[in-house]
Design a protein around this ligand. Sequence first.
Ligand code: ADP
Ligand code: MG
Length: 259
Amino acid sequence: MGKIIAISNQKGGVGKTTTAINLSSGLAKLHKKVLLVDFDSQGNASQGLGALTSEGQPTIYAVLMEDYPIRDTIVHDENSGVDILPANMSLAGADLMMDKMGSGKEMLLKNVLDPIKDEYDYILIDCPPSLGLLNTNALTAANSVLIPVQCEYYALEGVTQLLITIRIVQQTSNAGLKIEGILMTMFNNTTNLSVEVSQDVRQAFGKLVYQNSIPRNVRLSEAPSRGLSIFEYDPRSKGAMAYMELCQEFLNRNEGKTK
Ligand code: ADP
Ligand code: MG
């Protein structure tokens, strides 16, 4: 049974897309079949793995709004081994159109993913930086939510807001929604702030927080401009090692494998 995981935090710039790209790629390296769903109109996940190349190429917009076949929209990235359902600016239009629809408007993504769910081990959704209808669609389609948290002031406030949204979705459109884990990103162990924020988040959320944090590493920010995951761009970087450790921890949680 494929598991669908929404990577969500309404704050922008906290490492959602970086985590979506590199967790997908790392799991593919570990022989998992992975679909990365780009659900942000900025299309950063698609571009970051070189998946949107031609004008007029179908995107998730066509699948959601025009009944375009999902299998004809998915692109296979040879470098990373990840399948990608790409997005671009048109998704912003879908957001507006969905809003005008009647009941069931939060089920649209679930309805298109369910038929292909079991063709994958994991389906990761890169969510937009908002708590609007696209995010609700992602949380409704998902089995669980992975929350990246940047080690900075106000980190906890953002998470609290997201947890309220998760509770509402659990009470309305997806009773089974779980928290997959909380990931500390852009960690810098030489600053007191990073260390303090990390301690606070661990104190507040305990075992939900992954043991592995992702360090601030410039190679992680360079890789997307080449259309490569960190494992292709610089496999020996600190960033690559941290994301591989995260993949192992993720699989331990999900499949009980030992390292
Ligand atoms: P989001 O999807 O939440 O908006 P991104 O993953 O796009 O966040 O990250 C925001 C910016 O920070 C991007 O420029 C990205 O390359 C950079 N970035 C993300 N994680 C790291 C990291 N661990 N170290 C250095 N730069 C990072
Ligand atoms: Mg993003």
